[in-house]
Design a protein around this ligand. Sequence first.
Ligand SMILES: Cc1cc2nc3c(=O)[nH]c(=O)nc-3n(C[C@H](O)[C@H](O)[C@H](O)COP(=O)(O)O)c2cc1C
Length: 213
Amino acid sequence: MTERRNITLAVTGAGGTRMARFVLEALVKEDRVGQIDLMVSPAGRRLIAHETGRDASGPAPELVLGARPAADKVVDWDPEDLAGGPTSGSYPSWGMLVVPCALGVVGRIAHGTANTLIERAADVSLKERRPLVLCVRETPFNLIHLRNLTQVAEAGGTVYPMIPTYYNLPQTVDQFYEEFTARLLAFVGLPQTDYYAYSGTESRAHHDRTVRA
Ligand SMILES: Cc1cc2nc3c(=O)[nH]c(=O)nc-3n(C[C@H](O)[C@H](O)[C@H](O)COP(=O)(O)O)c2cc1C
C-alpha cells in the first residue's frame, strides 16, 4: 500500500474561507491523506466568523467545517505556537496548502520573517523543497503584492489564485468551490474523478453535479 501523506492546511484572513471548508472536507475523505495539520490564523477565524456567522472561538476543525470532522485525522495546531511540530523540517509533512492566503501572509513568507506557525511551516516547506501552494485572494494586486508573489514563486512556491474557472459553465457558487477544490487536489497529486476536463470537442459543458447546501 502507498504511504499516506500528511498535509498541512493553513487558513488565513482573506475572503473566501468557505473554500477551506471544501478543501478540508475533501482531504478528510481522501484515503491517500493520513493526517491533516490544520492551522487557522486569528484573522482567519475572524473571516470565517464574518462569512458564516459562526462563533470564532473553539476548535479550528469545527470552525472551518461547521461540524466535527468525519474522520479522526485532523490535528488542530495553535498558529501562535512556534514550537508546534510543523516548525521543524524533521516533522513529517508532504507539503502545505494555504486556503485562502492573505497577501500580508505572502509578504511575510516572501521575506522569511516567520512570526507564526503558519509562516514558519511555509518557510520550512520552501527550505525542505516541499510543495507550498498559496491560494491567494485579492484584487487588484499592487506592485508589492506582485513582487512578493514573484519572490515566493522563485523560492519554489506555487501561486494558485482563487480564480474561478468559467469554461465549465458553473451554475452555482458551490460549483466554483467544488471545481477549484478538485483541481487543487489534482495539482498536488491527488487526482479527483469529479471535475471538468476539457476535451476540445464539446459544445457545452455538463452540469450534473449535486449541489450542496
Ligand atoms: C473583512 C476582512 C476581509 C479581508 N479580506 C482580505 C482578502 O481578501 N485578501 C487579503 O489579502 N487580505 C484580506 N484582509 C486582510 C487580512 O486579514 C490581514 O492582512 C491579516 O493580517 C492577514 O494575515 P493573518 O491571517 O496571518 O492574520 C481582510 C481583512 C478583513 C478584516
